[in-house]
Write a protein of this length. Structure first.
Length: 99
């Protein structure tokens, strides 16, 4: 009798596992259905945005803008350093006016 219970339990667990794997496979296939014929597409040499959708394109444009702004900031800081080194900027301290 003990042998029968173990076989029933194993059969139930294997069936449950098979059902869960089938459900997982089904949801994966429905999320990204395979195409029967895929055409070869030419790839551009432009190292533009990678990824899917407009989010990748926006992120790429934002990175380009940030690089541009950082270069401008770097040139401004270099100019200030040069002015400080030449002594073109003078700092004067004075007492605040009393009210």
């Amino acid at each position: 009798m003990k042998h029968m219970k173990r076989d029933t339990y194993l059969s139930a667990m294997l069936t449950l596992t098979a059902c869960l794997l089938t459900a997982d496979l089904w949801t994966r296939v429905m999320a990204d259905p395979p195409t029967l014929g895929s055409a070869a597409m030419a790839q551009s040499s432009d190292p533009g945005p990678r990824g899917v959708g407009s989010t990748a394109a926006r992120a790429y444009e934002q990175r380009k803008e940030m690089v541009k702004l950082l270069k401008e900031l770097n040139s401004s800081v270099k100019g200030l350093r040069a002015d400080l080194s030449k002594g073109a900027i003078a700092v004067r301290m004075s007492e605040p006016a009393s009210k």
